[in-house]
Design a protein around this ligand. Structure first.
Ligand code: DGL
Length: 275
């Protein structure tokens, strides 16, 4: 593969199955407002959490290939289901494996180095939970930590459809969180990038008794450190460019993207898949 030298002026590429990765893109934009961003939401294949590893790998490779063609100086897999499944495959198709980061490793590092908790809960998609990737990484990083993981498969499609901050989302969230498997936890990891959109519902269940770990903020810090260490922070002073692509146009995606980025977003449909 040809040698690729990322430039500070190149955009950061961010992808997810749908709106979830917008929570990460927004956190990056807030922390690093000079960075240009290209976002890809694979709405045609949402939810990834229900797909086979084979399918998620092939979607992720294709999207990462598209982001690399732009080119992007860094690709953020802003999706836990794709991070647990396709991180290595994406690394392999890029000119340099360091050009991509996932949403899991920064969270593990944060929990182990910066938080005191030993009984940690986790909610995520079926794919994320059944992969046991978080569990294995915690066991390796600190065997004293006990992780209680629960698959909450209704939540991402619910958020994708625009159901958040309402009675239905509160009822569904409370019903999942009352599962006895999550009893006695000190902190809970939102291991799906859609879940920061229902953080109010989650907070209203725990009422401050359990620390809620929002990976979007942690990942944005990891992006900042990554760019600083490589002298790749964009020095521009003009407003940054934000571009949004989806594989299948949906109104709810556009509405949610506007909640995050205001009316200024222009959504483009891009079919990367010959299906
Ligand atoms: N936002 C994605 C994640 O973090 C997945 C939602 C889905 O497509 O199932 O896992």
């Amino acid at each position: 593969m040809r040698k690729f030298k990322p430039k500070a002026s190149d955009p950061i590429g961010v992808f997810d199955s749908g709106v979830g990765g917008l929570t990460v893109a927004k956190a990056i934009h807030d922390l690093l407002p000079s960075e240009d961003l290209i976002y890809f939401g694979d709405t045609a294949h949402m939810p990834y959490g229900e797909k086979s590893p084979h399918a998620i790998k092939s979607y992720s490779e294709r999207i990462a290939g598209f982001l690399m063609e732009q080119p992007c100086k860094l690709i953020v897999i802003a999706c836990n289901s794709a991070s647990v499944t396709a991180f290595k495959q994406v690394q392999q198709i890029l000119p340099d494996k360091d050009l991509v980061i996932n949403v899991i490793d920064p969270v593990i590092e944060h929990m182990v180095k910066e938080q005191p908790f030993k009984r940690i809960g986790l909610i995520g998609t079926k794919r994320t939970v059944s992969s046991a990737v978080y569990k294995k990484k915690f066991e390796k990083a600190n065997p004293d930590i006990t992780l209680k993981s629960l698959a909450t498969p209704l939540l991402a499609p619910m958020v994708e459809e625009g159901f958040f901050n309402n009675k239905i989302s509160r009822t569904v969230v409370h019903s999942y969180l009352s599962n006895p498997h999550l009893n006695n936890i000190e902190a809970i990891i939102l291991a799906c990038t859609h879940y920061p959109l229902i953080i109010d519902e989650i907070s209203s269940y725990y009422k401050g008794k359990v620390k809620i770990i929002n990976s979007a903020e942690i990942v944005s810090q990891a992006v900042k450190t990554y760019l600083e260490e490589r002298h790749l922070l964009n020095p521009q002073t003009k407003p940054s460019k934000l571009r949004f692509f989806v594989s299948d146009y949906t109104e709810s995606f556009e509405e949610t993207a506007k909640i995050f980025f205001g009316g200024k977003i222009k959504l483009r449909e891009k079919n990367l898949f010959n299906e």
